[in-house]
Structure formats: structure tokens, C-alpha cells
Design a protein around this ligand. Structure first.
Ligand code: UDP
Length: 340
């Protein structure tokens, strides 16, 4: 039997694209996902004889006898998703992120399997120096602002992965994911691009938080999962941390303008949505802190795997807008999924 790759959180946005890439290369994939934010339909397009979905919490699954039998590597992506969920339920998120990752890493160390874990650009917190480099000091805000708890849990996860690499020779790779976009991402958990695109396609105003001068760099999920599989195959990556994302910055205000212009051009001017501005307090509640800028230094990633993204922001936005405006467009990837 062909070796199988285990993906925790594989029914989520990024996990399902990773499954697409691996099955496209002929691999068998076992997805373990509790479907709390993942969705079964994210896997519907895959060759069903190459994908197995187990609906379970990752830690609970790994406690089963022979859970890793026939598995040759593990991608651990299961985690709480989105700023909104984190602000709403920090305690549940903290336990979830730390306990699950500890269980996965221990199981991989016991079984001698390589493992890649998804950390986040949130670990940089409000680090004032740009671009953000993997060996920088991490700067978190006060514990009264619950946002920072997410980055702290991911930093603990990183420590666990690095410690097990040192102590037990675990072949662990840590990636810090920056803003990732693409087909099947939904706006329900706060992500700005699917929110803007679905609002624009529905003819509703795009809601910009603050004055829109904050900047982000968005990377297409297909470039992200390409980097993940290449890092997993690269022994030089073991025991190390990598930024994964784009270094092409845009302000959120410019992003809104691009989505509006593309929507107008793709609908022959029938739809020209507008923008509206709301304060951070109104959007996320009192005391919320939003990093004004977030930009990865990609030197380490480039040196290790020669990373160069294939998709521009314009390309991804165009595809997402076409998917919603022209559901039968050639190359349609099935839309963005449902919105609240
Ligand atoms: N944002 C926005 N409108 C929205 C959702 C988000 O203006 O409907 C802003 C948000 O405040 C942040 C940026 O867009 O400055 C990116 O937000 P997202 O939640 O996608 O990612 P993150 O904050 O984790 O970078």
C-alpha cells in the first residue's frame, strides 16, 4: 500500500489545499478533523479513493491504538481559526492549541515520523521592526487584550517542536503562516479578503476597520501548500522555523479599492460596491489591538527551498471574484463557500 500522509485540520481551508496537492502527486491522505471550523465539502473535489476523513479531535485520534500505522509523515494544521473566534473564546483556544500540538508532536517523536506544524505570524505580536525575521524577539501586548493569547500559544507550540527536535531527534518543521488567501476560504472567522469579495459580489459595502492604513501581504494558498510540501522534504528544514507568505504589501484601504474595481470590471459596471469605515472597538470590542503592519522576511525560506510565489494578489482576487460572479466560469474553483 502507498504510504499515507496524515493531515490534522485537513478539512479546513489550508488543509484541504494541501490534500489537493498531495493527492495530485498520487499520495494517499488521511484527514483528521473535528469539523469545528473545517468542512467536509472542502474535500468533495478530491479523488475519494485517495482520501479518508476521520471526524475526530487530533489528540483523541492519536490516543487510539495504531493511529499512526501506515503513516509516513504528519502535517499538523488543526487549530483555532480567525481573530474573531480567538477574541470570543480565548480560554478554549489556548487549551486547544497547546494540548493538541503537544499530543501530535509526542506521537510523532514516539513513531519516528517527520512532522510539520502550522504556527502563525501572530507570534511576532506587535514587533515594531519590519520585515519580520524568524530570529527576532517576540513582542506581545498586555494580557488584558485577548488577541495576544493566540500568538503566545503558537510560540509555546514552536518551543515544543524545537525542544523535541533537540532532545529526541524529532524531524519537526515549524512554519509561521502569514495572511493566506484563496478559494474555499470563508469570511465567517474574520478574514478580510473573503469578506470583501463576498460583500462586493453581493453588492454590499466593504467594511474597512480603522482608517484602512494598516498593511498586510497576502499569499495564495496554493503557493503556501507548495512551500509546505517542499519544506517537509528538506532535511535542512528540520528543527527550524520558517516564515511562509508573501512580501508584497498592500494597505487594507487599497485592498478594498482593488476588490471594488475588479468587481466593477468583471460585472461590466453593473456592480460598483462602496466602502464604509468602522472603528476597531465597534468591530472587535474594547481594547482590541490590530498590528498596523505585518511583513515577512522570506530570506530563510528562499535560501532553503528557493521559494517564489506563482500567484499575484491581482490573480487570486480576480479568480475569487469570478467564482462568485460567474459560477460557471472555466477554471471555477467552486466559490468561497457560504457566508453568515
Ligand atoms: N479587516 C477589515 N475588514 C474586515 C476584516 C478585517 O478591515 O471585514 C482588517 C483587519 O482589521 C486587519 C486586516 O483587515 O487589519 C487583516 O485582517 P484579517 O483578520 O484577515 O487578518 P489578520 O488581522 O490576522 O492579519
Amino acid at each position: 500500500m502507498a504510504p499515507t500522509t496524515l493531515i490534522t485540520g485537513g478539512a479546513g481551508f489550508i488543509g484541504s489545499h494541501l490534500a489537493t496537492r498531495l493527492t495530485g502527486g498520487g499520495e494517499a491522505v488521511r484527514v483528521v478533523d473535528d469539523l469545528s471550523t473545517g468542512r467536509q465539502e472542502n474535500l468533495a473535489h478530491l479523488p475519494q479513493d485517495q482520501v479518508e476523513l476521520i471526524v475526530a479531535d487530533a489528540a483523541e485520534y492519536l490516543a487510539r491504538p495504531n493511529a499512526l500505522q501506515g503513516i509516513h509523515r504528519v502535517y499538523h494544521l488543526a487549530a483555532a481559526v480567525g481573530v474573531q473566534l480567538i477574541v470570543d473564546q480565548p480560554a478554549a483556544m489556548i487549551r486547544n492549541n497547546v494540548e493538541k500540538t503537544a499530543a501530535v508532536l509526542e506521537a510523532c517523536a514516539d513513531a519516528g515520523l517527520p512532522v510539520l506544524i502550522a504556527s502563525s505570524s501572530e507570534v511576532y505580536g506587535k514587533c515594531p521592526v519590519l520585515p519580520l525575521r524568524e530570529d527576532m524577539d517576540l513582542v506581545f501586548g498586555p494580557t488584558s487584550a485577548s488577541r495576544w493569547s493566540y500568538g503566545m500559544t503558537k510560540a509555546i507550540d514552536e518551543h515544543l517542536a524545537i525542544d523535541l527536535a533537540r532532545q529526541r531527534g524529532l524531524r519537526s518543521v515549524v512554519i509561521r503562516l502569514f495572511n493566506t488567501i484563496g478559494p474555499r476560504q470563508i469570511g465567517r472567522y474574520g478574514m478580510v479578503v473573503p469578506r470583501f469579495v463576498s460583500a462586493a459580489a453581493a453588492g454590499q459595502p466593504l467594511t474597512v476597520y480603522g482608517d484602512g492604513s494598516q498593511t498586510r501581504a497576502f499569499c495564495d494558498v496554493r503557493d503556501v501548500v507548495g512551500a509546505m510540501t517542499r519544506l517537509m522534504d528538506e532535511p535542512d528544514a528540520y528543527g527550524r522555523v520558517f516564515n511562509v507568505g508573501s512580501d508584497q504589501q498592500t494597505t487594507i484601504d487599497q485592498l478594498a479599492d482593488r476588490v471594488i474595481a475588479l468587481t466593477a470590471s468583471r460585472s461590466d459596471g453593473r456592480r460598483t460596491p462602496t466602502k464604509r469605515y468602522v472603528s476597531y472597538e465597534a468591530a472587535y470590542g474594547e481594547g482590541f489591538e490590530d498590528p498596523p503592519h505585518r511583513l515577512p522576511d522570506l530570506t530563510r525560506l528562499r535560501e532553503t527551498i528557493g521559494f517564489s510565489p506563482a500567484y499575484s494578489l491581482e490573480q487570486t482576487l480576480t479568480e475569487l471574484i469570478d467564482d462568485l460572479l460567474l459560477p460557471n466560469a472555466i477554471g471555477s474553483t467552486g466559490g468561497l463557500g457560504e457566508e453568515e
